[in-house]
Design a protein around this ligand. Structure first.
Ligand SMILES: [Ca+2]
Ligand SMILES: [Ca+2]
Ligand SMILES: [Ca+2]
Length: 390
């Protein structure tokens, strides 16, 4: 059972009916009959109880139902049983960064398409095949070399950015729940008579997620795997949130897979969506489902303020910058320091520690690389440096 699902118990009348006023329901040893809804229906009675807060994942609970039938004198019946709450995937709080730390709406992607003429059996519908294909580890027996990527794109590596939503179909016609389908990046449908085959794609993003239960869906032809982790590389994203990997089958009918997971605290979390198709139809949609209304919304849909927002990068947590490798090179004092994207770095200095204030050099934008600072050695008799980050 899902952690936030109502408990529903049906009493089915046989020769005798249930005496509705006699129904007594206990949950985990507490009488909650007053908080439950008891409705009579054509079959007998339906008891519905919604625990006031979501139940702990993987926890065990006890239902106890006592009721009488309508004979005189009435006979009482007692039923007691236990059930277990689903053990859903749980993201780790340590994988997240602060709410609002996402940078640049959209997704990062990488796509690979092997030639249509290759044997279908070389492209089983599994995330392992997809990752191998993306890493150029699938060999073309005709050449003894990795399959040429026919979706290599302008930079030759299949990397792309998607600033909108994940709603692709192999011929660009509308498929599935959401219209506005686009062809897969770098795959021109007309080059393949509207049926490109042997596709692998990875879509990575940082998602702004609120604490609590979430339901996502991926409608796909052929399969997918969505995973989370400390980062969204294939090696980092290993907690599987949802997957459909019909490994043995080649072509698979398109369908939606919906799945639940828990987020421990509000934040921005890295996830990796891997898609794969063997042959026949090919399309994918990635969406969230409102657990109360069941409304489905594409991830990052800019036209819907309720959509789960995706970001290509995020501000990394601030770590105190260190002055690295201070040295003198041809009349210049220099040192280096590591940066993270989304932060600004200021090298500050004073020529005497008794000076009240620090002088500041212009801001340097962090980008994940190591920066080099230089200053002429003869600028001052003594000089003290520090790095400020904001
Ligand atoms: Ca669609
Ligand atoms: Ca196809
Ligand atoms: Ca297919």
């Amino acid at each position: 059972m899902l952690p936030d699902a109502p408990i529903q118990i049906a009493i089915v009348d046989r020769d005798l009916g249930v005496a509705q006023a006699s129904i007594d329901f206990q949950f985990d040893g507490n009488d909650v009959t007053g908080a439950a809804t008891v409705a009579s229906n054509a079959l007998g009675a339906l008891i519905t109880y919604q625990p006031p807060s979501p139940l702990a994942l993987n926890s065990t609970h006890t239902n106890r139902l006592v009721f009488s039938d309508e004979r005189t004198p009435p006979q009482s019946y007692t039923n007691q049983w236990t059930f277990k709450v689903a053990n859903l995937p749980v993201l780790l709080a340590a994988w997240g960064t602060a709410p609002g730390s996402g940078l640049t709406n959209g997704f990062n992607g990488q796509i690979h398409k092997a030639r249509n003429g290759a044997q279908n059996l070389l492209f089983p519908n599994s995330s392992i095949r997809a990752e191998n294909q993306l890493a150029n580890l699938l060999n073309d027996a005709d050449t003894g070399q990795p399959f040429v990527n026919e979706a290599a794109g302008p930079n030759g590596d299949g990397l792309f950015s998607e600033t909108h939503v994940i709603n692709y179909s192999q011929d660009g016609t509308d498929q599935g729940l959401f219209s506005g389908d686009q062809p897969f990046p770098y795959i021109n449908p007309a080059d393949y008579a509207d049926d490109p085959n042997h596709i692998a794609m990875a879509v990575t993003a940082h998602l702004e997620l609120s604490a609590g239960l979430h339901r996502f869906g991926v409608r796909r032809d052929d399969g997918f795997k969505l995973a989370a982790g400390p980062d969204f590389t294939a090696a980092g994203a290993t907690l599987v949130l949802g997957a459909f990997e019909p490994t043995s089958g080649a072509e698979s009918p398109n369908a939606a897979t919906e799945f639940d997971f828990n987020v421990p605290t509000n934040g921005v979390y890295p996830v990796r969506l891997v898609f794969f198709e063997n042959s026949g139809g090919a399309d994918i949609e990635w969406y969230s489902v409102n657990r109360a209304t069941r409304a489905a919304t594409l991830i990052n849909d800019p036209s819907d303020s309720s959509s789960v927002k995706a970001y290509m990068s995020r501000v990394s947590p601030v770590t105190n910058p260190q002055i690295l490798n201070p040295t003198v090179v041809t009349g210049n004092f220099q040192f280096s320091y590591a940066t993270v994207a989304g932060r600004s770095y200021f090298v500050e200095y004073k020529d005497s520690l008794s000076n009240v204030s620090w002088q500041s050099r212009p801001a340097i934008d962090g980008d994940g690389s190591t920066k080099l600072f230089t200053d002429p050695i003869n600028a001052a008799a003594t000089r003290f440096y520090r790095i400020r980050v904001q």
